[in-house]
Ligand binder design. Structure first.
Ligand code: NI
Ligand code: MN
Length: 227
């Protein structure tokens, strides 16, 4: 299974016939380095919440590939209202579902999910994270979230790789991402959601120095880590 960091919170998971994007904020993402390989033959798109730095290019990529979008009920319905041709599977916090590619559990995220369109603010429902299990490997993408006690429950998922935000201001900062790592106990942590914009400046090397019991992989945009 190959995990490619596309900058900000965007991640590409490739494993045989399964090619999934999480939070594909690409064209507007200042840290993204464009490559058509990242949007070709996508089978699934996971969306953690409705903020534009996460929805990004979802609709365009989903339509081009007939990819299935997996997200919370409210945001899934908003996307269907925008375009009825989209293939959307909605779930909710705490729910797990067995897809043909593996299982997905939707985890809580402490954040918002409102978005502005035509001068109005709309509610995208609850934000979430994902625990994705496939072929004996477990990936956790936290979405945008503050530190929660609920993260302690994730220890039981035996997570191989956790993508954790650590840029502060909108999400956990380094200190809280270190605490989250001690709660979750993943084998490997990959820091995300930092340095894309001014208010989320953070040095991932400081995070790596402070994490004692997990391997930290600092991925620059477009670099990959395989498990
Ligand atoms: Ni957000
Ligand atoms: Mn965000």
């Amino acid at each position: 299974m190959k995990l490619t960091y596309l900058g900000h919170a965007a991640v590409l998971i490739e494993d045989g016939s399964f090619k999934a994007l999480i939070d594909p904020f690409l064209s507007g993402n200042p840290s993204y380095k464009k490559s058509k390989n990242h949007t070709l033959d996508i089978t699934h798109i996971f969306l953690t919440h409705a903020h534009n730095d996460h929805i990004g290019d979802t609709i365009e990529i989903a339509k081009k590939n007939n990819a299935k979008i997996i997200t919370v009920f409210e945001l899934g319905n908003i996307l269907k209202m925008k375009d009825t041709s989209l293939d959307v599977h909605t779930m909710h916090i705490g729910g797990r579902f067995d897809f043909d590619f593996g299982s997905v559990k939707m985890t809580p995220a402490l954040h918002g999910s409102g978005f502005v369109e035509n001068g109005k603010i709309y509610d995208g429902g609850n934000p979430c994270g994902f625990v994705i299990k496939r072929h004996g490997k477990t990936i956790y993408h936290a979405g945008d979230t503050g530190l929660t006690m609920d993260m302690k429950l994730l220890e039981e998922e035996t997570i191989d790789v956790a993508f954790l935000p650590m840029g502060g201001n909108f999400t956990m900062d380094i200190e809280d991402a270190v605490r989250a790592t001690t709660f979750i106990k993943p084998k490997t942590v990959i820091p995300i959601h930092f340095n894309t914009f001014g208010p989320i400046k953070a040095n991932p090397k400081d995070f790596k120095k402070r994490v004692k019991k997990a391997d930290v992989q600092i991925l620059t945009p477009n670099s990959s880590y395989s498990i």
